[in-house]
Design a protein around this ligand. Sequence first.
Ligand SMILES: C[S@@+](CC[C@H](N)C(=O)[O-])C[C@H]1O[C@@H](n2cnc3c(N)ncnc32)[C@H](O)[C@@H]1O
Ligand code: SF4
Length: 363
Amino acid sequence: MERALYVHIPFCLKKCLYCDFYSITDLTLQDCYIDVLLKEIKEIEDKELKSIFIGGGTPTVLSKYNLERLLKNLSRFDFKEFTVEANPGTLNEEKLLLLKDYGVNRLSIGLQAVQDNLLKRLGRIHNFNDFLNNYEMARKIGFKNINVDLMFNIPEQSIDDWMDTLNKIVDLNPEHISIYSLILEEGTVFYDYYQKGELSISDDEIDRQMYHYAVEFLKSYGYEHYEISNFAKKGFECIHNLTYWNEEEYYGVGASAHSFIDSYRYANASDIKEYITSRYLKREKIYISKEEQMQEFMILGLRKIKGISKKDFKNRFNVDIIEVYGDKISKLLRQGLVFDNGEFISLTSKGLDVANQVFLVFL
Ligand SMILES: C[S@@+](CC[C@H](N)C(=O)[O-])C[C@H]1O[C@@H](n2cnc3c(N)ncnc32)[C@H](O)[C@@H]1O
Ligand code: SF4
């Protein structure tokens, strides 16, 4: 069976003020980290993969030496899609050529916004021009599948700023665009500011206005809206992330990474020092019952705009979706939050706005 592989690189040059993904800024640990990571990857060297995703953190912050030994190791697998997350300001021609040479065929670049004052507000290390230089260099080197991450409802971001961001990005014609509403995560600098009343976040109405504007705008430029936050040109949907939304199996290697194999979820040590000293072996193993898997299938599946295939549910769990969730689905249908076209159950436009509440119904 072909599975997906996620590789976590927990290093960043500087922590962005809103981010709670696991990463540290002490780059001196990278040699030991990659030593252990390569040993963990060796454990699955005989497995079949459909996709590899090196995420972070900021994978492109690794030294050329470490990036090369990681890529060399991973390039031995057969895969359809190989993505690397890259942060503008950490890419150069040498690193891009290295990625290309070892078979990376998809780049995911975190831009967030085109206004330098907003990038500064977010604590990003780059400006818009750095992004443009990296993007153009990547195209010149031959990357034909590029995703750009954008954020909306950033403090002090006006609707005009958001429209300008979307306009400037579609002009570049990337194959894929992800749009994320800023989430105030506990433990981040932004969360502290907010608690102290030093950060103003727009209300839900503005957030939704920005979201709906983006959906219509991106569709009008030929992007298919295929997941709540994701848009792709035809044939460029992210194979790796679809694995999660289809609740299929994946390996996750590196500090804080998770795997889902044969009904078990494995959680690696989340602290990099613990990951290194335990030689990756300190892992939590949790059994995911059939009932829990059905819940996850619903919650993750409804993230896809196409929705959940009734046939896929039956094939996977050997029971009819209506038999398990008939009452809940009927209620959501009456509330106009989901739509049933006979084959698929999907969120309506109204349901998309309150997606988290709909997901809770299945828990
Ligand atoms: C974890 S980052 C990794 C990519 C890379 N380090 C970067 O920042 O460009 C992936 C994406 O998650 C999004 N993200 C991170 N924290 C977020 C938050 N609190 N709210 C919304 N989006 C967030 C950003 O758009 C970011 O580009
Ligand atoms: S958003 Fe990206 S660059 Fe910023 S701290 Fe998070 S992982 Fe690092």
